[in-house]
Design a binder for this molecule. Structure first.
Ligand SMILES: [Zn+2]
Length: 85
């Protein structure tokens, strides 16, 4: 029993990297081509915003059509994922 617990503790302290677990520090930046503003939103709100959305296979410009969080209208936007460690 005692040996088992010690082994587990050693494994966790050795392998786990420091920092908060999960995707908590990730947000989505939405740059709107209509109003020109960039909105940074959390992942939960991003899911809501992205619900009806269209994405074109273009690497440049504003390839995604969705409801802009800043002006609230369907707009062509550029999406950028940001993570805050
Ligand atoms: Zn907008």
């Amino acid at each position: 029993m005692g040996r088992d617990a010690h082994g587990k503790r050693a494994l966790y302290s050795g392998v786990r990297p420091p920092g908060p677990p999960g995707p908590r520090g990730t947000s989505l930046a939405v740059t709107c081509s209509r109003c020109g503003r960039t909105s940074t939103i959390g992942l939960r709100r991003a899911l809501w915003v992205l619900m009806p959305s269209v994405h074109l296979p273009l690497p440049l410009g504003h390839p995604s059509l969705l409801r802009c969080p800043a002006c609230g209208r369907p707009s062509w936007v550029r999406l950028t994922l940001r993570s805050h460690p």
